[in-house]
Design a protein around this ligand. Structure first.
Ligand code: GDP
Ligand code: MG
Length: 162
């Protein structure tokens, strides 16, 4: 089977936008309102001649234990099924309580974790991305899912981890 990358993070950080950027198509549904659900969550992707599968966990949206609880539950499932995890943070907002809950799960896991500091649309925002080193998840990759900025470096790191 193809290696699986799970994309986790709270609603509205830009997971689906980043997934579309990586797969090179507009299939993941991007929404301005948090918590949008969708049927399909598995996508095929290629980078530098290697194939892998992406799982956009935003589509699960169990919403059972409130927002923070459901995101944490998604992260648990994602860590279980994936070969590597892409944790997406909104660099323009910084770390929230729901992000922290996910971080605890990811730190416990033995799967490789890539940290994407999304919405870094230009150079001025890179400082905010650098502050995410404090999460203890390794190097934060500044990216703009919307414009594609930094996505090549992130993909190189993803393939090295898968
Ligand atoms: P998700 O809930 O994590 O899947 O987030 P979405 O991909 O649906 O995006 C939520 C909102 O953030 C949408 O309005 C996107 O257009 C916006 N967004 C996503 N990525 C970026 C980015 O890199 N830069 C900016 N400025 N906005 C973004
Ligand atoms: Mg989404």
């Amino acid at each position: 089977r193809l290696p699986i990358l799970a994309v986790v993070g709270r609603p509205n950080v830009g997971k689906s936008t980043l997934v579309n950027r990586i797969i090179g198509r507009r299939e993941a549904v991007v929404q301005d309102v948090p918590g949008v659900t969708r049927d399909r969550v598995f996508y095929d992707a290629d980078w530098n001649g290697r194939s892998f599968q992406l799982v956009d966990t935003g589509g699960w949206d169990p919403d059972a234990k409130g927002l923070g609880g459901s995101i944490a539950a998604q992260a648990e499932i994602a860590v279980g099924l994936a070969d590597a995890v892409l944790f997406v943070v909104d660099a323009t907002v910084g770390i929230t309580d729901s992000d922290e809950a996910v971080v605890r799960i990811l730190r416990r896991s033995d799967k490789p974790v890539l940290l994407a500091a999304n919405k870094v649309d230009d150079l001025r925002q890179e400082g905010e991305a650098a502050s995410l080193w404090q999460l203890g998840l390794g190097e934060p990759y500044p990216v703009s899912g919307l414009h594609g900025r930094g996505s090549g470096d992130l993909l190189d790191a993803i393939l090295a981890a898968l």
